[in-house]
Design a protein around this ligand. Structure first.
Ligand code: FEO
Length: 173
């Protein structure tokens, strides 16, 4: 059985993951209308992944005798300026999510809830991968600079990342 404090903290994370899904969906839509097809596909997939992260938490909270609360979401931004800035925002967002997961781990230890602590290790590992992925993309973007041919290849290559999965820290890039 979850403590009230643990349940509330997990419910906060449900909101964070759902908001993340909305943020990346908004990025996908922006990229799509800018003709950045590969980037759009990458962001649609990322949005789906965040929804999966949210659902995993919902199931866990209910399984442990809590009540996963589904709440209203924040309006995400709809304009991102440049794709470079958009990926920088993605990276910063993942750092925010990592901090949020770390706080949850902290609460689980305080509550001596070792089952939840164990459950959260999946998220800890996932955040390492997501941050590494975002950093490798930003490195690639820096290499491209303002080269149009480079952007063309980047937009094409980033679709491969979707296929290969984000499981490897090198992402084939
Ligand atoms: Fe669910 Fe990208 O963190």
């Amino acid at each position: 059985m979850l403590s009230k404090k643990m349940e509330a903290a997990l419910n906060e994370q449900i909101k964070v993951e759902a908001d993340s899904s909305q943020v990346y969906l908004s990025m996908a839509s922006w990229a799509e209308i800018k003709g950045l097809e590969g980037i759009a596909q990458f962001m649609y997939k990322h949005s789906d992944e965040e929804r999966a992260h949210m659902l995993k938490l919902v199931k866990y909270v209910n399984e442990r005798g809590g009540h996963a609360k589904i709440s209203a979401l924040k309006d995400p931004k709809t304009e991102f300026g440049t794709f470079q800035k958009m990926f920088e925002e993605l990276y910063q967002h993942e750092i925010f999510v990592s901090n949020s997961i770390n706080e949850l781990v902290h609460v689980s230890l305080g509550e001596k809830d070792y089952a939840t602590h164990n459950f959260l290790q999946w998220y800890v590992a996932e955040q390492i991968e997501e941050e590494a992925l975002a950093r490798s993309i930003l490195d690639k973007i820096k290499l491209i600079g303002n080269d149009k041919g480079g952007l063309y290849l980047f937009d094409r290559d980033i679709q491969q990342i979707n296929v290969e999965s984000a499981a490897s820290p090198n992402m084939g890039m």
